[in-house]
Design a binder for this molecule. Structure first.
Ligand code: RET
Length: 133
């Protein structure tokens, strides 16, 4: 499977505002969050991952093993609890976040020196691209 290890800097962030609205993130947080250039730091050992989203405003960290459902607390984002499950779909890492919000999840994959992340919630899709540092 793909190697996601490394530090990645965001280079584009499409529809983040609508994604945050779908999560009911408050106005003030959205205004700040829209100005950030978050970095991803990914530590992968086989199917075990630590994914850190780092910004000057707030950080978010999630740890999981592919194929093992876990309770995710989206602290600092929308502060909800989800039953989350990450699986491989070929070389894509796909997460389903079951909870109060419909169709919630994300997909990560790599092409060359770019990391792609699609974030879904309700009817919104946010598309982010990161470049390897
Ligand atoms: C920031 C700043 C505070 C407000 C919001 C944020 C959004 C973070 C997101 C993180 C997604 C992480 C994933 C990890 C798993 O791979 C930048 C922390 C709303 C959307 C998908």
């Amino acid at each position: 499977s793909t190697d996601f290890n490394g530090t990645w800097n965001i280079i584009s962030n499409d529809n983040f505002e609508s994604y945050m609205q779908a999560l009911d993130i408050d106005f003030a947080t959205r205004k700040v969050a829209n100005l950030l250039s978050p970095q991803k730091i990914i530590e992968q050992k086989g199917d075990s991952f630590i994914i850190k989203t780092i910004s000057t405003f707030r950080n978010y960290e999630v740890q999981f093993t592919v194929g093992e459902e876990f309770e995710e607390n989206t602290k600092g984002l929308d502060n909800r609890k989800c039953q989350s499950l990450v699986t491989w779909d070929n070389n894509k890492l796909v997460c389903v976040q079951k909870g109060e919000k419909k169709d919630r999840g994300w997909t990560h994959w790599i092409e060359g020196d770019k990391l792609y992340l699609e974030l879904n919630c309700e009817n919104q899709v946010c598309k982010q691209v990161y470049k390897k540092v």
